[in-house]
Write a protein that binds this ligand. Sequence first.
Ligand code: GLV
Ligand code: GLV
Length: 345
Amino acid sequence: GRMKVVVTRDLGPDAMPLLRERKELDLVVWSENRACERAWLLEQIPGAAGVLLMLADKVNEELLDKGFLKVVSTMSVGYEHVDLPLLAKRGVRLGYTPDVLTDAVADVTVMLALMASRNAKETAGVIDRGEWPNSTWSPFIFCGPQLSRTPPIQTRTAGFLGFGRIAQATLRRLVPFGFTHCVYVANPSTVPNPVQDAAYTKQFNLQSVRRVDIDTLASASDVVFVLAPGGDKTRHLVNEAFLRKMKKTAVLVNTARGTLVDSDALAKALKEGWIWAAGLDVVEGEPNVTVDHPLVKEPRCVMLPHIGSATFDTRLSMAACAARNTLAGVFGETMQAELELKGTA
Ligand code: GLV
Ligand code: GLV
């Protein structure tokens, strides 16, 4: 029989043909160049076998009650917008888009570490505001800590809150910068894992890679990279206590989810000089961030509007992955990337 599939954005030149060439699909697409309206989405769900949607589209009881979906396919690696236990209970499969965005996000992660260390916000602003002629050169004007070092002159420690695909891709990029050590927190568990850590140490060609507790992560790192999933379990892991334990010369980079970092505590840390700087691609309450936001006002906080995966290659791949996941879901086949829902109900 025919299968109705609802899509909440125009997915571009790779993904749309994948869907359109399947003649047994009745495709319904929100094709306006703005976020899909909730009322429209809810209206379309009755009779649909699959829905392909974005981070902004909440998958909750309100939506799932409207019909009998076989699959929800999200064009994102994150899934905080999806009620996993409810999906598991209803037997709805969930597709997502890991892997294809790993390199793009790791690139932005390193970029933010460099931008934050080297005062990119303040110094680019000098040009934008026409202030260069008044910024008389002096030996230490605009200086910041140096991210790269040639060992063995100095040891450098990269810290990761979360040590999944993107964290490890970031660490690979940091090895040529002269980082010598890595500490990480994976899951809330802090059980030492010497066998795994010995393997990581060899794999990344560092002097050491160690799983540590969160306090050690804070105090040992020259850069802390926040790369754990969002959600209630990881909310405000970077709080005032964490920031107070960090080195005064250290940089905090968050390319994961805004909810992991307490924004008020971070603003205080920057204002009072507990840490050197921060680079954020995500922030609590986004996208409702205005020039009055305490972090926007901090010269040492460089912020980007959630562009981690925003390269043409990666977004085309994410869209195609989401389209394939949708097709696999409605036809009962193997997805390119399916989230295991067992154990969430
Ligand atoms: C982006 O934040 C994503 O989850 O893909
Ligand atoms: C920098 O431009 C230098 O010449 O040292």
